[in-house]
Ligand binder design. Structure first.
Ligand code: AGP
Length: 610
């Protein structure tokens, strides 16, 4: 997830771009860059690291240009570096492009461009775009961009300038956010509203497949095919604080609602169009290694460890490989049995968690190869691993992890499918069924968030008055219960525990008395009846039971005080949807208790000490 901004008008563009990028740094801060057209030349300056580095590099060469674009990067393809920073240019330097998203077919496009003599400077997917525009430019930038946009697959919010046409910026939107701001004698574009709110409250939110041509006096909206469109202009009434959080009260709520996009982004380019194959070329793990693997060790902390817990079930089921699972801070003190046939999987949103890093180093010392699953390109864990699979959730600001967790679930699912396909233990029919369901998850997640938020808020108001809450489930539902209890307690400070539903009767049932809330997850068909009998155990002690079930389940509701139904998906993917109501429950219970949701007491976003 990156941030893009653009300006065309009568004022110097540079300060407007820099100020807009400051508002967008939460979307990515690996590097930043600007391009301004001044005296007929497209001047580009970019720098690895925070925006301040860029500010120190731009000079008087940029002071007069009244048209420009800017970018702040969250690396997905190509490590953070000056060269990989945006804007990117073509061979002539005439065309400059900034991009937020992922170009799924960039490898093929790059090969053809190189065969035609184009010289690339970066390792990014984005750089194919200016070279394509250069190839198809015949004196009309809008036509060239229109042609190129139809060649791209994936997610993109683009802004393109040409130094020979300094009176326009061409923008295109497909699966990545892009808004246009309307001014007097000036117009703006940005990844989202905060970047331009200081200059205008009149905004157009581009929709899929739309193109906008910005001049200082006009914005022309069409489809990528050139069909004219009537813009829907929104008057935005946010205050600055709300603007920084995209209109949400907290970053956590914003990130909860970013999950459909994050899920979609994390899948882009990794499943075949016909839903038969998982494709993980960027991971680099040799297929031969996958075929000879005798054991995996999944090691992580906190929420990442809960995603790993789901991964253990999935990998054993889909790939038939034994998986050990450990909390990172415990792992190296049990003298783990590790050898060269062990694949150590380190999961970490930040890629900097000291416990996970230490466990990983111990496994490497014992001869294991390491696969990192992380959200931060170039992080310590990514750098020290042998192979990396990135989640593409974009920066996660709130201490309580949400979109990182669901994209970690997506990634461990992709890994399990890929391993099963490499070692032949996953039947093609099963693979296709699961991959087809994977593809629908982001729309189903959006549905859950849209339809459950209000009823969950009401239940949360009751939970907020409690001091002890229990989460129960079996198998994958137990794995999600672990994440639900952590979310609730770390931001609302309510004591919460997760229990394997079948384990309650071995002690914890003693704590279940009248009115104690029990969140019962029941999404796994083959275990439904057993879970219902565990629900009956707590109901018999007058617990207040909230059920999480799947549409079509007509039994669970008879044993619960409240029940929330998830859309039908493949049962192995249910954790991705089941966690959503639990995240919202935690959020609204915490806000009802007046807790500091984004910065809970005693906690840090990345725990870099052991
Ligand atoms: C989760 O909400 C917490 N913030 C915490 O448990 C976190 O998941 C844990 O510290 C691991 O962080 P990492 O994913 O960056 O390694």
């Amino acid at each position: 997830m990156c941030g893009i901004v653009g300006y065309i008008g009568h004022k110097p563009a540079l300060p407007i771009l820099i100020e807009g990028l400051k508002k967008l740094e939460y979307r990515g801060y690996d590097s930043a860059g600007v391009a301004v057209i001044q005296s007929g030349t497209a001047r580009v300056e970019k720098s690895q690291g925070r925006l301040a580095n860029l500010e120190g590099k731009v000079n008087g060469d940029f002071s007069d240009g009244v048209i420009g674009i800017g970018h702040t990067r969250w690396a997905t393809h190509g490590r953070p570096s000056d060269t990989n920073s945006h804007p990117h240019s073509d061979c002539t330097g005439k065309f400059v492009v900034i991009h937020n998203g992922i170009i799924e077919n960039y490898v093929q496009l790059k090969e053809v461009l190189q065969q035609h003599g184009h010289v690339f400077k970066s390792q990014t997917d984005t750089e194919v775009i200016p070279h394509l525009v250069e190839s198809y430019y015949k004196g009309d930038l809008v036509d060239a961009v229109r042609h190129v946009a139809k060649m791209l697959r994936g997610a993109y919010a683009l802004a393109v300038m040409c130094q020979d046409e300094p009176d326009k910026i061409v923008a295109v939107k497909e699966a990545s956010p892009l808004v246009i701001g309307l001014g007097e004698g000036e117009n703006f574009l940005a990844s989202d509203i905060p970047a331009i709110l200081k200059h205008t409250r009149r905004v157009i939110a581009l929709e899929e497949g739309q193109m906008a041509v910005l001049t200082r006096d006009s914005v022309t909206l069409t489809t990528v095919d050139g069909e004219p469109l009537t813009p829907k202009i929104i008057d935005v009434n946010w205050d600055p604080g709300q603007a920084e959080r995209g209109g949400y009260a907290h970053f956590m709520l914003k990130e909860i609602h970013e999950q459909p996009q994050a899920i979609r982004d994390t899948l882009i380019g990794r499943i075949s169009d016909d839903n038969t194959q998982v494709i993980l070329p960027e991971m680099g793990l040799p297929a031969e290694k996958a075929r000879t693997l005798r054991k995996l060790a999944i090691v992580a902390c906190g929420t990442a460890s809960h995603a790993g817990f789901v991964g253990r079930y999935l990998i054993e089921k889909l790939a038939g490989i034994p998986v050990e699972w450990d909390i990172a801070s415990e792992y190296r003190y049990r003298d783990p049995m590790v050898d060269s046939d062990t694949l150590f999987v380190a999961i970490s949103q930040s890629g900097e968690t000291a416990d996970t890093l230490a466990a990983m180093r111990e496994a490497k010392r014992k001869g294991a190869k390491v696969l990192a699953i992380t959200n931060v390109v170039g992080s310590s864990i990514a750098r020290e691993a042998d192979w990396v699979l990135y989640t593409w959730a974009g920066p996660e600001i709130a201490v309580a992890s949400t979109k990182a967790y669901t994209t970690q679930l997506i990634t461990v699912t992709l890994l399990a499918l890929w391993l099963g396909q490499q070692n032949g233990r996953l039947a093609a029919t099963d693979a296709k069924e699961i991959i087809t369901s994977l593809r629908d998850l982001y729309t189903q997640a959006a549905y859950v968030l849209e339809h459950m938020e209000e009823p969950i808020k009401e239940v949360a108001a009751q939970i907020a008055r409690k001091e002890d809450v229990f989460f129960i489930g079996r198998n994958l539902d137990y794995a999600v219960a672990l994440e639900g209890q952590l979310k609730l307690k770390e931001i609302s400070y309510i004591h919460a525990e997760a229990y394997a539903a079948g384990e309650l009767k071995h002690g914890t049932l003693a704590l279940i008395t009248r009115g104690v809330p029990v969140i019962a997850l029941n999404t796994q068909p083959e275990l439904a009846e057993k879970t219902i009998s565990n629900i009956q155990e707590v109901r018999a002690r007058d617990a207040y039971v909230i059920g999480i079930a799947v549409e079509g389940d007509d039994h669970t509701k008879h044993h619960c005080d409240e029940v929330f139904y998830l859309p039908r998906c493949h049962k192995l993917l249910a954790p991705v949807l089941a966690v959503l109501p639990l995240q919202m429950l935690a959020y609204y219970a915490a806000t009802a208790r007046g807790a500091d949701v984004d910065k809970p007491r005693n906690l840090a976003k990345s725990v870099t000490v052991e």
